[in-house]
Design a protein around this ligand. Structure first.
Ligand code: DI6
Ligand code: FE
Length: 412
């Protein structure tokens, strides 16, 4: 028995591994009849089962019985921390009001801001619990949570702290994002530039100093912030050493993607109205295009993101839930796999890459997670399926047999 194998704590034998590694020249980076060993939370080896000699191995052996192992799922865009809910707004929309009209009447994001400001950090943690558990139970091992319903220094910090406190109770990798520029707060309705200044001069530096966020995001849209205001935020984020993300081209083409690409953004998100010039900019900067089919579906949008052009320019595509109380109260990344295919025309392989490899890239952590390869985190899911496409094809019947986080079996 070789030395690498001897040092492993656990070995999964006889698994079909969907590595999602582009170097593995097969759909899904698939390796059949392989074994995988884990040491100190990381993948130590991946080898054909027939080459494995387990004589004398002291650790745990898990017989995979030919089942399929994939990377843990990564939900790279959520607004999971908030107070209250907006079913009344849903009812209004069904009666004919649009998301934009509701927002302009002071509802929408601002109604969640009122509810979120009114509660303590502990309460935000408790209200987020069923949502985070829903995601974890279906296989999410890395999750991003944004602020954006506080819109004051104190309340944005409260949201980020609540996200950290909530996630700390679960076997999960958390990335947090400051989205103070989500909406113009009521106090600044007549002076949005002063709010941008507050974000750049106070919020971003303090959040960076306290290590409360990995990235900064902004809603660049005609009902929110302009490209010029976005640029100030990107510049402050860059100075603070934080990653850059942007909500853009969701309801119109604000050219936020092109601008974000010029700041080497990690991701640009939504993108229904993205044009070819924006796509070329993304290709140059290596920025991930994050598609959010749940929000598209829930708002009954009809303009689809330019998937064929993204493919043509080989822009990496991530897929995420956008879980939030207004445009996507759907706490399921599995559902997004199906919607990404049915609504946007992604292939099941593109969809799965979007919630693994490209999700990791959208969070600036592609070196450590997102695919199954030696040296990466052993965040893995064992599924009772024969074809990885089943993850996008089926919904509701639970085929997840084991959820493994940093080498430990947390479910199953
Ligand atoms: N775009 C969205 O879809 C979410 N935020 C954003 O900038 C919606 C957030 C909400 O309606 O509460
Ligand atoms: Fe969002």
């Amino acid at each position: 028995m070789n030395a690498a194998l001897q040092k492993c704590q656990k070995i999964w034998t006889d698994v079909q591994i969907a590595t999602l590694e582009p170097q593995v020249n097969a759909p899904y980076g698939l390796l059949s009849q392989y074994s995988l060993g884990v040491k100190h939370g990381k993948i130590e080896f991946i080898t054909p089962s027939q080459q494995l000699d387990l004589t004398g191995f002291q650790g745990e052996i898990i017989n995979g019985q030919g089942k399929t192992l994939t990377p843990g799922l990564i939900d790279s865009h959520t607004h999971l921390i908030y107070a209250g809910q907006r079913s009344a707004e849903f009812t209004q929309r069904l009666q004919g009001l649009t998301y934009e009209e509701i927002a302009r009447n002071g509802g929408g994001i601002l109604s969640t801001v009122t509810a979120t400001r009114a509660v303590a950090e502990e309460e935000l943690v408790e209200q987020g619990r069923p949502r985070i558990e829903a995601l974890i139970n279906e296989g999410v091992t890395t999750l991003e949570i944004k602020s954006g319903y506080g819109l004051t220094l104190k309340d944005e910090l409260k949201m980020l702290r609540a996200a950290k406190q909530l996630a700390a109770g679960y076997p999960l990798r958390l990335r947090t994002t400051l989205l103070a520029a989500h909406a113009i707060p009521p106090e600044y309705q007549n002076s949005p530039d002063a709010y941008i200044e507050l974000i750049c001069k106070e919020m971003i530096p303090q959040v960076a100093a306290e290590g409360l966020a990995d990235a900064v995001d902004i809603f660049c849209e005609k009902i929110a912030f302009s490209a010029a205001q976005s640029e100030q935020i990107f510049s402050a984020a860059k100075d603070a050493g934080l990653g850059i993300k942007v909500h853009t081209e969701q309801l119109s083409n604000s050219h936020g993607a092109e601008l974000a690409a010029s700041y080497s953004a990690w991701s640009v998100d939504h993108l229904e109205y993205l044009d070819e010039a924006g796509i070329i900019a993304l290709q140059k900067s290596g920025t991930v295009a994050t598609l959010l089919p749940g929000a598209f579906y829930f708002l009954g949008e009809t303009k689809k993101p330019p998937v064929e052009l993204l493919r043509q320019y080989q822009v990496p595509i991530a897929l995420a839930s956008d879980l939030n109380p207004g445009s996507c109260p759907l706490a399921s990344l599995r559902l997004m796999l199906n919607m990404g295919c049915v609504l946007f025309g992604l292939t099941p392989e593109e969809a799965l890459s979007g919630v693994t490899r490209n999700g990791a890239a959208a969070l600036g952590i592609k070196k450590t997670t997102g695919t199954l390869s030696v040296g990466k985190a052993a965040d893995m899911l064992l599924w009772d399926i024969a074809d990885p496409a089943q993850l996008a094809y089926q919904f509701g019947e639970n085929s997840l047999q084991q959820r493994i986080f940093a080498g430990e079996i947390t479910h199953g």
